[in-house]
Every structure is written in C-alpha cells, then in structure tokens.
Design a protein around this ligand. Structure first.
Ligand SMILES: *Cc1c(COP(=O)(O)O)cnc(C)c1O
Length: 219
C-alpha cells in the first residue's frame, strides 16, 4: 500500500526545492503502482527492463517510465520506443546503442551520466578521474538521438550524514564542472538525479533536481 503521509511529505519537499519525484516501483505490485497513479504520480522508475515491460503493459499509457538500474546494451531495443529517461549511462558503448535504437524509433532519448562517488566498490558509474576522457570520447560520438540531460549518482549507504552530504556535494561539483566545460549553451543539461528514501532531504539541500524514492512511498 502507498504511504500517503510519506508521499505528501516527499512531494512538499520536492516542491520547495523545485525537484521532480521519481517513484521507484521495483518489486512493487501493479495494484500499488495503480494506487500511486491514482494519487497523480506520473513518473515511475524501475531498475530491470523485464519488470518494467511487464508493468508498463498493465498500467495507463501516460506514465513516464525511467530506467535507473544498470542497462545491458542488448536490452536497449526493448525500451527504446517509449522510455522517458535512462539514468544509468556510464559507458560509450551504451550511449552508442541508445543512439542507434532511438534513431530507429525516430526519437531522442534523455539520458543521465551516472557517476560513482560512494565509498562502496562498484563496477558501475564513471569515476571522477575518468570524466575528461569520457567526455572527449562522448564528443567524438554520434549522439544525435541522445540528449544528455544531466548526471545521476548515489551516496554511500552509511549512517554518517556528513559523509552523505559530502558525496552529494561532489556530485553537484561534477555537474557544475561538466556544465561549464561542455554544456554551457545547452539548457537541457539541467538535472542532478540524487537522493533516495534514506537521504533525499540532504540531496535536495545539496542541489538535487530529481529524487529517486522507493521504499519510503510504501507501507
Ligand atoms: C532502488 C533504487 C532507488 C530507491 O531506493 P529506496 O531506498 O527504496 O528509496 C533509487 N535509485 C536506484 C538506482 C535504485 O536501484
């Protein structure tokens, strides 16, 4: 069931900071998604392609679907015709495939570059020291059907709020660096997707424009 008290609290925080609430609905039932929809939520995110496709079939078609989990190149074609935004772009190979499939669909797909700033080891996400190489390669790639709309990241899963805040500040500074160096004239490079159930308030204080909240929305 949807926790309406939490939903309203999160929504009012988002309004205050002019941010978008992306409802993370992985592992949740169709009934729960429908309930969220009936409460006027329209932006939903899943981290697995198959689960997203199953749910999309059973729900109203004005939902904006976001993909937030690691995306294998061979699955891009299954979502290219409708996906609103892909948050988890961290390789040139993936950018090329998204561009190719978007072109076939005659669409432009919004993508966020995923950065790794957390302490936990992860194979996913671009590391801060890789930014310039990544961007040089990206600039040399055909991305006519991809819109790089900003960045995404996750803070460490720790109790230490100072550490979490520091990592969100790091993401914000990566965003600023990219904005001034590569996207100065590009108004659509505008999003910082950061903040989840545990840390969305800190993320909003540190400049998030999109929070990805899951567990807190349900009871
Ligand atoms: C699951 C998930 C979330 C939401 O996490 P909650 O703690 O349930 O709010 C956000 N981002 C990503 C990438 C996720 O996989």
């Amino acid at each position: 069931m949807v926790n309406q008290v939490q939903l309203n609290t999160i929504k009012s925080f988002c309004n205050k900071y002019n941010a978008i609430l992306v409802a993370v609905t992985k592992t949740r039932s169709i009934d729960e998604l429908q309930e969220l929809y009936n409460l006027n939520q329209r932006v939903f995110a899943e981290n697995r392609v198959q689960e997203l496709l199953n749910k999309k079939d059973k729900l109203p078609n004005d939902i904006q679907w976001h993909l937030i989990g690691h995306l294998q190149t061979n699955k891009v074609k299954q979502i290219a015709s409708f996906i609103s935004m892909i948050h988890s772009v961290d390789s040139i190979k993936l950018v090329k495939e998204i561009n190719k499939q978007a072109k076939k669909e005659d669409r432009i797909i919004k993508c966020l570059l995923q950065f790794h700033v957390a302490q936990e080891e992860s194979k996913f996400g671009i590391k801060a020291h890789e930014i310039n190489n990544f961007m040089e390669e990206l600039l040399a790639t055909d991305i006519s059907h991809v819109k790089i709309s900003g960045i995404m990241g996750m803070a460490s899963f720790v109790q230490d709020k100072k550490q979490v805040r520091k990592e969100f500040q790091e993401l914000k500074s990566i965003f600023n660096q990219l904005k001034t160096t590569y996207f100065k004239e590009d108004d659509s490079f505008e999003h910082i997707s950061m903040g989840m159930s545990n840390d969305y308030e800190i993320a909003l204080q540190e400049g998030s424009s999109m929070v990805r909240v899951g567990s807190l929305l349900f009871q």
